[in-house]
Design a protein around this ligand. Structure first.
Ligand SMILES: [Zn+2]
Length: 118
């Protein structure tokens, strides 16, 4: 199953069939019980902002074109937490939907307030 890291408009997460744990960063075994192999699922893209900040000094030449930009930690409705770009004006607690932003050869998730346009 492909996701935004390979240019597909999707966020995926992993699920442990043995203990039902969920997590974001792909790995070959469950970080909670060690069970393997984990299952990969597509996320809805919906979640709630846990934290948000503004990045003024971008870490790469590609991202400098976007700076200053917002980054949010989002508690996704499937139970994992994901970091993604964020629309201006988002605040902690806002319900959000992930969309996808393209620049150069990259596709990155970018959330906006649920009900707003991407
Ligand atoms: Zn497990």
């Amino acid at each position: 199953m492909t996701d935004w890291t390979t240019g597909t408009d999707a966020i995926t997460f992993q699920h442990c069939p043995a203990c039902a744990a969920v997590w974001y960063f792909a790995r070959g075994f469950c970080p909670h019980c060690g069970g393997a192999p984990p299952a990969t699922r597509a996320a809805s893209g919906r979640g709630r902002v846990y934290a948000v900040t503004t990045v003024a000094r971008a870490p790469s030449p590609e991202l400098r074109a976007l700076a200053p930009y917002r980054i949010a930690l989002v508690d996704m409705e499937e139970g994992f937490r994901a970091m993604m770009h964020a629309a201006p004006g988002l605040e902690i607690g806002d319900a959000v939907q992930a969309g996808f932003l393209r620049f150069g050869d990259l596709t990155i998730p970018r959330c906006h307030r649920l009900g707003d346009r991407a």
